[in-house]
Design a protein around this ligand. Structure first.
Ligand code: CUK
Ligand code: CUA
Length: 652
């Protein structure tokens, strides 16, 4: 950690020195004043302050120079994942996850369509998602750079992305729950990917009148088992736990001292369900009556043992530990948390949990040691309406920090500081974990939701950079009509005071959370090797085509076209079929050169592929329209790219 910090600081210092030297030269009016006078002129012409220029020097990344960190951000309603470089704040990629994406050909060929359709629920084709919380895979509580998970709040789905090739590999869901929010968060060795539900409903689907909310509606949390070797979630080895019908919110996995435990907070312990046109209080005020909501404390290691011992019921294909079993076995406890909490974040050493309430001005710091002792002594303040033991609030906390109006989420640096987003105040607050004192606040623009620091939720945070994920942009950018982008703001943590460095407008949905990982932990491939890999399976495709074996063959199930793509032609480039034929295209990009991607498009048949070097794709379609259909490569791959074309001829 220190080593990286030092190596990065040196160039920053050197750059600043050049800047200062330039200013000094100008002041002296020496012979070498050319460059410095130029800088002064530029500053004047662009109305830049000295602080602006240092911010520029800290973030400017010359062409060919790579970033120190990657941010993996949720793409919000776009249903995708954004990849951003730090400190440059350049967007590097949008990874297609839950939504069709033309550039990557995602949802246009057989494999990616199959993957996308595997996430369909309730007989609906789902072509969007509300992604909230990406989670990088961890080893020993540290990001290992291998996998990324992300949830879809709207449809309670979880996706697995491999950082080997930056593509989505799997989408899973359980009909146990209808939506989620407390996910994805991973356990310290990625044994499980946690997906906490949000709005209670009858478990497993089905109808129950809303008036039976307390009796029939339930919350739940799913622990998805991750098989790292296979790089896939294994639904059969996963399990869930039934929870009371509070609205469970964010979750976090314990680590080190609290490894084996999970923490989920909640709001609406009033169990209000709205009905404001039917004489009930609106949900928002009905859910804000109590002074305290509940932090759920779950012993997942013991839950795992209970499931292995058969103490579960299967609901909607998922093994579920029923609420009564969880109570009887002592694996679920509650403790009060101040009014309408939102974030729960476990400290790097795993000894404490920081909870912030939207309607409370404090961050509350819970001691895991105290919680564990109270659980062992069975020292309860009482039970909730379902018989879940409640720990005495005052005896579980170490203290509270006065943060400001609307504290939400917290991250950490490696020097014992915490950073909490302050939504209503539009600020990021730095405070000391040791003495629970507020140190400094920096204004952000505007209405900050999540906050992220470099490796800021691991056992080994880097500090260095903080990003404010702001919901409102207002006056920050040139106007673009009533729907505005989100605004990510990069903040430097290395100086005496926090310094705002750069803004990045996000024009594709509302990202909620993101994680920042050291760039050298990510080691993606540059081509699929050997040639003919199907990215969905990471294996050679049974239909892969090698040079010299191309051709067109009529079989019982239709016309099979075995095609290769190489700069700058498809072989074969003429496809002759008859109207009504089923056509199976098998296309391999036989190149291994870095960046030698070919596209493949046939207008009027909605065919659009991206074939990365070494990639194989299959497309099945019915040639139900007679005519002449040009096909062509959609990536400007070579000087003769325009000539990389051919014809699909469908004879009447
Ligand atoms: S949530 Cu959106 S700002 Cu879904 Cu993590 Cu807090
Ligand atoms: Cu291949 Cu253009």
């Amino acid at each position: 950690m220190r080593r990286t910090r030092l190596s990065v600081i040196i160039p920053t210092v050197a750059l600043a020195a050049i800047f200062v030297a330039a200013l000094a030269c100008r002041a002296g009016g020496g012979a070498s004043a050319g460059a410095s006078a130029g800088i002064q002129q530029l500053m004047q012409a662009r109305n830049l302050s000295e602080e602006n220029v240092t911010a520029a020097l800290k973030t400017y990344t010359p062409t060919g120079v790579k970033d120190e960190y990657y941010i993996f951000a949720s793409g919000g309603h776009s249903g995708q994942v954004l990849v951003i470089g730090v400190p440059s704040m350049r967007i590097l990629k949008v990874i297609a996850v839950f939504t069709p994406e033309p550039w990557q050909g995602y949802g246009y060929g057989d494999q990616t369509t199959e993957l996308l359709r595997s996430g369909d629920r309730d007989g609906m084709q789902l072509n969007w998602a509300d992604t909230h919380h990406p989670a990088l895979s961890e080893t020993g509580g540290d990001y290992d750079g291998q996998y990324l998970f992300i949830n879809d709040k709207a449809n309670a789905r979880v996706a697995v992305i491999s950082l080997h090739d930056f593509t989505t590999k799997q989408i899973v869901y359980s009909d146990l729950i209808r939506n989620d929010h407390g996910g994805t968060f991973v356990t310290p060795n990625t044994e499980y990917v946690i997906e906490g539900g949000q709005y209670p409903a009858p478990l497993g689907g089905g109808y129950e009148p809303i008036e039976s909310y307390q009796e029939k509606y339930r919350g739940a949390v799913i622990f998805w088992k991750f098989d790292r070797e296979k790089g896939r979630i294994v639904p059969e080895q996963s399990f869930a736990m039934e929870l009371p019908p509070y609205m469970q919110d964010l979750s976090d996995a314990g680590k080190l001292a609290s490894d084996g435990w999970a923490f989920i907070n909640s709001f609406n312990t009033e169990m209000s369900y709205g009905g404001n046109a039917e004489g009930n209080p609106p949900l928002e005020s009905g859910a804000s009556q109590n002074d305290m909501d509940y932090l759920h404390i779950i012993n997942w290691r013991k839950a795992e043992e209970l499931v292995a011992a058969g103490k579960f019921e299967t609901i909607a294909g998922t093994r579920v530990i029923r609420l009564q079993t969880a109570i009887d076995e002592g694996i679920l406890h509650l403790v009060g948390e101040p009014k309408s909490p939102h974030g729960v974040d476990v400290t790097p050493d795993g000894t404490e949990m920081v909870v912030s309430g939207k309607l409370d001005t404090h961050a509350t710091v819970y001691s895991f040691e105290k919680i564990k002792a109270l659980i062992e002594q069975k020292k309860y303040a009482g039970m909730d309406g379902f018989g879940v033991p409640i720990l005495p609030f005052e005896e579980t906390i170490r203290g509270q920090v006065e943060i400001g109006l609307g504290p939400l989420h917290t991250q950490f640096d490696g020097d014992g500081n915490a950073y909490t987003s302050v939504f209503i105040e539009s600020a990021a607050a730095k405070w000391s974990l040791k003495d629970l004192q507020l140190i400094e606040k920096i204004p952000v623009h505007y209405n900050i939701g999540h906050i992220l620091a470099a490796e800021g939720d691991t056992v080994n945070p880097d500090g260095r950079y903080l990003v404010a994920m702001n919901k409102w942009a207002l006056d920050r950018f040139a106007d673009v009509g009533p729907l505005l982008p989100q605004n990510f703001q990069l903040i430097d943590l290395t100086g005496e005071k926090m310094q705002l460095l750069a803004d990045l407008p996000i024009p594709i949905g509302e990202p909620h959370y993101a994680q920042m990982i050291k760039a050298d932990k990510i080691k993606p491939i540059t081509a699929y090797t050997p040639v003919g890999i199907n990215p969905n399976t990471d294996q050679e495709d049974p239909f892969k085509v090698v040079g010299g074996e191309e051709g067109i063959e009529r079989k019982a199930d239709g016309v099979h076209v075995k095609m290769t793509a190489v700069r700058s032609h498809f072989t074969p480039d003429t496809i002759r079929v008859k109207k009504g034929d089923t056509v199976h295209l098998h296309i391999t990009n036989v190149e291994q050169a870095h960046d030698a991607t070919h596209g493949f498009a046939i207008a009027s048949y909605n065919i659009n592929l991206s074939l990365e070097p070494g990639e194989h794709a299959n497309v099945t379609f019915k040639a139900d329209k007679a005519g002449v259909f040009p096909l062509y490569c959609t990536e400007f791959c070579s000087a003769l790219h325009l000539e990389m074309a051919g014809y699909l001829l469908v004879e009447p």
